[in-house]
Design a protein around this ligand. Structure first.
Ligand SMILES: N[C@@H](CCC(=O)N[C@@H](CS)C(=O)NCC(=O)O)C(=O)O
Length: 211
């Protein structure tokens, strides 16, 4: 398999964690999202993923999967151990809800394309863009914090998709200097996850394309 990734991409970070957690290895192709206006926008990558975003996972069959949540659920179906979701349907829905709160409602608002649009098309200055970024992360984390139980991880004492989405979003918040003192559960879960080799190995600074 080949993972199209970028060290700083939160969505690719999720898939890197899931691959490590399952003990799977892939070839890695780095797609620089800033260089030359974004190498993801070049025809070569557009032919792989018409959405021009990372991650994309090319399977050995040549089939290409996109969207980190879909990729991770695919990996979980094909390599069920260790699982990324609990067995109980209600619990599965709860874990997916935590993952989607982050991946669908927080992350898209601080992603490269919308921030670039705010700056280049709407002419916003950096302080306003930072305020936008902080606002949506803080509002999302306010909702997430009380939804996290009392276990070691986001949903009990086993790693799930929710943790795999939480850790990259916390890294993103720290990169944008969002204050996290109001979120003791989020901070504790992030720290507990980062003790695990699967998370450590997937960190942006540990990638071959890190700058
Ligand atoms: N919902 C997608 C998000 C993918 C995504 O937006 N990736 C970002 C990096 S984190 C990207 O490639 N951005 C390029 C751009 O916005 O131009 C997923 O979960 O895979």
């Amino acid at each position: 398999m080949t993972l199209f990734t970028f060290f700083r991409s939160s969505a690719a970070y999720r898939v890197r964690i899931a691959l490590n957690f399952k003990g799977l290895t892939t070839d890695m192709v780095s797609i620089h999202l800033q260089k030359e206006g974004g190498l993801n926008r070049k025809p070569e990558f557009r032919a792989i993923n018409p959405q021009m975003r990372v991650p994309a996972l090319r399977l050995d069959s040549g089939e290409v999967l996109i969207q980190s949540l879909a990729i991770m659920e695919y990996l979980d179906e094909v390599h069920p151990q260790p699982p990324l979701l609990p067995r109980d349907p209600v619990e599965r829905a709860k874990v997916r809800a935590l993952a989607q709160l982050i991946a669908c409602d927080i992350h898209p608002l601080n992603n490269t394309s919308p921030l670039r649009y705010l700056k280049n098309v709407l002419g916003q200055e950096q302080p306003k863009i930072d305020a936008w970024d902080h606002h949506w992360i803080l509002e999302g984390f306010e909702a997430l914090e009380p939804l996290l139980g009392k276990g070691r991880y986001a949903f009990g004492n086993e790693i799930t998709l929710a943790d795999i989405c939480l850790v990259p979003q916390v890294a993103n918040a720290r990169r944008f200097k969002v204050p996290l003192d109001r979120f003791p559960r989020i901070v504790a879960i992030d720290a507990a996850c980062r003790e695990l080799p699967a998370f450590e190995k997937a960190r942006p600074e540990n990638q071959p394309d890190a700058e």
